[in-house]
Design a protein around this ligand. Structure first.
Ligand SMILES: *[C@@H]1O[C@H](CO)[C@@H](O)[C@H](O)[C@H]1NC(C)=O
Ligand SMILES: *[C@@H]1O[C@H](CO)[C@@H](O)[C@H](O)[C@H]1NC(C)=O
Length: 454
């Protein structure tokens, strides 16, 4: 467990980062998360068997979020009392509500970290077999959270919040497995090569035989899946997925019992991630007379992270549009150290494409086929050290307009058209740029660079 003063340290670290800029990159640290179903359905629809008035309880929940200052909080069922939670919470980055019942999903994120991309997705399937899961459009959210950013090494984790179909009728099970599989498919589409956290209300139990999809999230159960670890199974169950049901009291006085609110994670070649502590934060979310504030126990997990030893990335520049791509899986699978021998860009009025060829013949190419081609062959001792990107607006959306690459011998390669909204990236000392990740379409919407030791 971390000391109580750790959160002050996190805030200090964040401001130091801003002050230091390029001078030093934060390459390791700790953060904590909370998953909490806040029981915010309208009182007349569902009292959730929580004593007291939901408006008052929502205000207390928000004030506890502020007091304990969890770095990233995922809430579910944050419907009709949302404003009372945000009124007393003070996290600097928070999603705008998607609405109460029957318009919103009840999913929101309250964070000490900013993010570069966020979207809400409705489930493909819902079931009213036992409860009114189709009453409001439940689903999941995706965001790429910036844990630490600097001019060289930056660290991101893709975080998914979810609230799956409830109930145990056949229709519920079909819908719920479909919901979880939908998140797994999105991880495959958007988070390839990235560290991932999935935390929220899965409505699933390992001991319920029909809840097959959560097992398929686990690396230990499904080699072809997203390769996640359940932090509770790891830290509270010695890595053994339970087969005998253990239902939690609320408030829970033990971490050994299983709840449907779960936290899954994986690291990547870019960031090592490990769960350092797991706890039901139930005692922190009680009314002054000891009554609960929600019918779910909140789940708190502490994480430690470190930037990769063989691959790292820069921050992103441009806008969150187009399809995510990453050269990281290919780079992580190479036997030899990657060494670019040819840089190939395309650009005209904007930046159309970026690419490079490695010494072993591997080719990376992203973006479209428009613009004019520009290339630079690198000599044996020449390495790509820095890049400048400029962004601008096209059809109301931000994308990259210009790139300039600079090598260790001062040679450059440019493409596109310069704007006055630019930034520079520099490989960490002793490292070089070896690939890309970001979002593309016909042009380069959002772009970051992958670094490896020279
Ligand atoms: C990033 O680094 C480059 C080159 O090292 C420098 O020119 C630029 O000002 C730095 N930018 C920031 C935001 O620190
Ligand atoms: C605590 O207060 C709430 C709201 O006033 C009330 O409904 C509940 O019964 C009380 N709980 C206990 C244990 O006294």
């Amino acid at each position: 467990m971390f000391q109580p003063c750790r959160r002050v340290n996190a805030a200090l670290t964040a401001s130091l980062l801003v002050l230091q800029g390029a001078l030093s990159a934060t390459t390791s640290g700790e953060f904590n998360i909370l998953a909490m179903n806040v029981a915010g359905l309208p009182e007349i629809l569902n009292g959730n068997e929580v004593p007291g008035d939901k408006t008052t309880n929502a205000g207390i929940i928000g004030s506890r979020f502020a007091e304990y200052d969890y770095d990233v909080i995922h809430v579910q069922e944050d419907f009709n009392y949302h404003a009372y939670i945000y009124a007393t919470d003070d996290h600097p980055y928070r999603t705008a509500t998607s609405g109460g019942v029957p318009i919103g999903s009840g999913l929101n994120t309250l964070s000490n970290f900013d993010w570069v991309s966020f979207d809400r997705v409705k489930w493909d399937t819902c079931s009213d077999a036992s409860e009114n899961d189709c009453l409001t459009p439940k689903g999941y959210t995706f965001m790429r959270v910036a844990i630490a950013t600097s001019n060289s090494t930056s660290t991101y984790i893709d975080m998914y919040n979810l609230h799956t179909d409830a109930g145990t009728e056949d229709g519920d099970e079909v819908a719920r497995n479909s919901n979880v599989n939908q998140v797994a498919a999105r991880i495959a589409a958007s988070s390839t090569g990235n560290a991932v956290l999935v935390f929220g209300d899965t409505n699933s139990r390992y001991t319920r035989v029909a809840d097959t999809a959560i097992r398929a999230l686990l690396a230990s159960e499904n080699a072809a899946g997203p390769g996640l670890t359940d932090a509770w199974v790891e830290l509270e169950r010695g890595g053994v997925v339970p087969t005998v049901e253990t239902v939690c009291d609320n408030p829970s006085t033990t971490n050994a019992c299983e709840t449907v609110d779960k936290v899954f994670y994986r690291g990547s070649a870019l960031v090592e991630l490990s769960a350092a502590g797991w706890t039901y934060a139930s005692a922190r979310f009680l009314q002054s007379n000891g009554s609960v504030l929600s019918d779910h126990n909140p789940v708190n997990v502490d994480f430690a992270w470190a930037a990769g030893g063989a691959l790292r990335q820069s921050a992103f520049w441009g806008g969150p549009h187009g399809d995510w791509f990453s050269d990281v899986p290919t780079l992580a699978g190479l036997r030899a150290k990657p060494k670019p021998t040819l840089l190939s860009f395309r650009g005209a009025s904007r930046l159309d494409a970026v690419g490079l060829t490695l010494a072993d013949g591997t080719v990376f190419a992203h973006g479209g086929t428009g613009g004019d081609a520009a290339s630079l062959a690198l000599g044996a001792g020449e390495v790509w050290l820095g890049a400048e990107l400029c962004q601008g607006e096209k059809s109301g959306q931000t994308r990259n307009f210009w790139i300039r690459a600079t090598t260790n011998v001062g040679r450059t390669l440019e493409a596109g058209t310069r704007t006055d909204d630019c930034t520079s990236f520099a490989a960490p000392s002793g490292w070089q740029i070896v690939g890309f990740l970001g979002q593309d379409g016909d042009e380069m919407d959002q772009l970051a660079f992958v670094y490896a030791p020279q």
